[in-house]
Ligand binder design. Structure first.
Ligand SMILES: Cc1cc2nc3c(=O)[nH]c(=O)nc-3n(C[C@H](O)[C@H](O)[C@H](O)COP(=O)(O)OP(=O)(O)OC[C@H]3O[C@@H](n4cnc5c(N)ncnc54)[C@H](O)[C@@H]3O)c2cc1C
Length: 391
């Protein structure tokens, strides 16, 4: 029996390639995009040229033939430098292309995946609504079938990648009826950008992830062809939950990348900054912070590696993915706080990378399942009785 966390050569090569790209082409310019709250088109185009948008998808649909672990490795290396570009990739692939690949018809795959895999277009995932995200079954958006068209009405909130010049399609979850037990029957639809009745609002101004695109979407008698139903009618909720389970591993990788990025920046800074005639890296208080940051990051990385290894082995991974996101978002939050402390006043400046990391860390405890919802999932997987949570 062999136990190893050493990356196989092809994974290591991918990791190194993405790390070099992020250092050489993202780090020097991303601060400007972030301050201007501008989507970084040239960087996203380069990510497409590098094949990052097709990493976990098979070659027959234009992908790179890699796997979800490779995809997450790339996300970790991107987030080590910047989380906005990492989440742009995560949402486009993990929440956009993957559900089309997994649940779509051959015709839908042929129509959408080649451009999505090449990064020539982006897909969005529209589940959350202004009325709530955690209670994902309680949607208010509806779709009713009229002859050979579905008519959508409703609003979606906080949807990533939905309003860029590359945004081509949104996967929209809507209520299509009621099940025998009285609960909503939810189905998923592929809604191309630009359809009449589909309005993409202006970008939100966010605390962090400021160079990513997040918008509200509105549907007013928006008609989509019957063939744009994704998978089977009534399976939309299950599809969304499966997509989010997998996506939580990807968000964990982003969180670990951010936690590692904090360490990278601090290791340089503590060797340069002097107080009381010494470099601050000589002070034990600072060294202990960095030792704890590294330990926390290492532990969190192992949780997402473990969840991903179960996913690749075809084993159940819901609990491990939830645990990974809890551990990794915690590591990211604490490391961002400690890194900002180590940088002192400069850490509080928007222009410092750790200031950006500080702003980017918080969303990791909210998106794709809040920490509270994840704890409920873990508790349920432990066999605890249903709590008063309603989840
Ligand atoms: C930048 C950004 C990008 C996003 N991108 C997307 C996207 O691309 N697609 C998409 O569909 N959504 C997206 N989201 C939405 C995100 O997934 C939701 O914000 C998240 O799921 C939480 O939902 P909510 O904001 O409605 O919070 P709520 O569900 O209103 O929760 C509010 C608080 O109550 C707590 N809470 C809720 N229910 C329970 C319970 N049963 N027990 C204990 N505590 C509970 C929550 O943990 C939270 O602390 C994005 C959000 C942001 C901020």
């Amino acid at each position: 029996m062999a136990v190893s966390t050493k990356l196989e050569p092809e994974y290591e090569e991918l990791r190194r390639t993405v790390a070099e790209f992020a250092r050489a082409e993202i780090a020097p310019v991303i601060g400007g995009y972030y301050e201007r709250e501008e989507f970084p088109y040239p960087i996203v185009t380069r990510m497409g040229e590098l094949g990052l948008f097709g990493l976990p998808l098979p070659e027959e649909v234009g992908g790179q033939g890699g796997d979800y672990f490779a995809f997450c490795l790339a996300l970790e290396e991107l987030a080590r430098v910047d989380s906005s570009v990492a989440v742009t990739l995560e949402a486009a692939v993990g929440l956009g292309a993957m559900p089309i690949w997994r649940f779509g018809s051959d015709a839908q795959k042929r129509e959408w995946l080649p451009d999505l895999c090449a990064g020539r277009s982006l897909a969005a995932f529209g589940l959350t609504e202004p009325g709530g995200g955690s209670d994902a079954g309680a949607l208010a958006t509806t779709a009713r079938l009229e002859s050979d068209e579905w008519v959508l009405n409703g609003t979606k909130a906080f949807i990533t990648n939905s309003g860029t010049e590359l945004s081509a399609v949104a996967i929209v979850m809507a209520v299509t009826g009621h099940r025998d037990d009285g609960r909503n029957e939810i189905s998923a639809f592929l809604v191309p950008t630009g359809l009449p009745g589909f309005t993409v609002s202006r970008k939100y101004s966010k605390v962090g992830w400021s160079a990513s695109d997040t918008r509200e979407l509105a549907f007013a008698d928006c008609r989509v062809p019957a063939g744009n139903l994704l998978g089977t009618r009534g399976k939309g909720y299950r599809q969304a939950l499966e997509t989010l389970d997998e996506g939580r591993i990807a968000v964990s990788a982003i969180a670990v990348g951010l936690a590692q990025g904090c360490i990278d920046e601090c290791l340089v800074y503590v060797g340069e900054r002097e107080t009381f005639g010494r470099r601050i890296g000589e002070y034990q208080a600072v060294q202990f912070k960095l030792a704890d940051m590294a330990t926390r990051t290492h532990a969190a990385r192992l949780t997402w590696y473990h969840a991903a290894s179960k996913l690749l082995a075809g084993e159940p991974f819901k609990k491990e993915a939830a645990m990974a996101k809890l551990a990794a978002s915690d590591a990211a939050m604490i490391n961002a706080r400690e890194a900002t402390q180590i940088f002192g006043g400069y850490g509080y400046m928007n222009e410092s990378p750790v200031g950006r990391f500080y702003r980017d860390a918080k969303i990791l405890e909210i998106g794709e399942g809040t920490s509270e919802v994840l704890r409920l999932l873990v508790a349920r997987e432990l066999g605890l009785p249903a709590s008063t949570s309603g989840v």
